[in-house]
Design a protein around this ligand. Structure first.
Ligand SMILES: Cc1cc2nc3c(=O)[nH]c(=O)nc-3n(C[C@H](O)[C@H](O)[C@H](O)COP(=O)(O)O)c2cc1C
Length: 169
């Protein structure tokens, strides 16, 4: 699949088979995360690879939209280490770019994935910080559940001319 096809055919996958995702594939996915653009090339992200099903259970107990973890094989938490007050706001944007790279890499490698929202929901951020033992200065941004697809998603038409503006709004 070429890059453009990858962009257009990636869909959120919430149902996975029992097949395990190898550590090699996880490393490739994380490498893609690390190649995301970031403000001033600060690369404020850290990635926590989670395979412990007890942790999945803890997350499912408080996160309202995380039930796909029942079948997911691996979960990646994308967290930010702000480089300093001046650039703090950008670290959320940077980690979001890394999260998208992770979703696209998973798709390119034949896997399914879905982004679980964490930032800016304060309760979800606090719970995740506690579960993952995050230091005070580390901001949880997103979770990505990954596994082999148990379903083949349909491809909706999303091109929308009304979203495009030229020169001014
Ligand atoms: C910031 C953000 C938070 C999201 N949170 C969740 C979530 O908590 N649970 C979930 O199942 N999907 C979540 N999604 C996935 C969206 O529901 C999904 O991207 C959207 O419905 C479009 O579908 P697609 O990804 O198949 O294109 C999230 C996506 C984003 C970008």
């Amino acid at each position: 699949m070429d890059a453009y096809e990858c962009l257009l055919t990636r869909r959120s996958i919430r149902s996975f088979t029992d097949k395990k995702v190898s550590d090699d594939l996880v490393q490739k996915i994380l490498t893609a995360g690390m190649y995301a653009p970031s403000a001033r090339n600060e690369r404020p992200w850290h990635f926590i690879v989670i395979r412990d099903r007890n942790t999945f259970e803890k997350i499912m107990s408080y996160h309202p939209y995380a039930q796909m973890l029942k079948s997911a094989d691996v979960l990646i938490a994308v967290v930010a280490e702000p480089p300093g007050e001046e650039n703090k706001g950008y670290c959320v944007v940077d980690c979001s770019a890394a999260t998208e790279n992770i979703l696209l890499a998973a798709h390119a490698l034949g896997l399914g994935s879905v982004w679980l929202g964490v930032y800016p929901r304060e309760e979800r951020m606090a719970k995740l910080s506690e579960i993952l033992n995050l230091p005070e200065n580390i901001i949880p941004i997103s979770l990505v559940a990954i596994g082999y697809k148990a379903i083949q998603p349909t491809q909706p038409e999303r091109f929308d001319l009304s979203k495009i503006h030229y020169e001014k709004w």
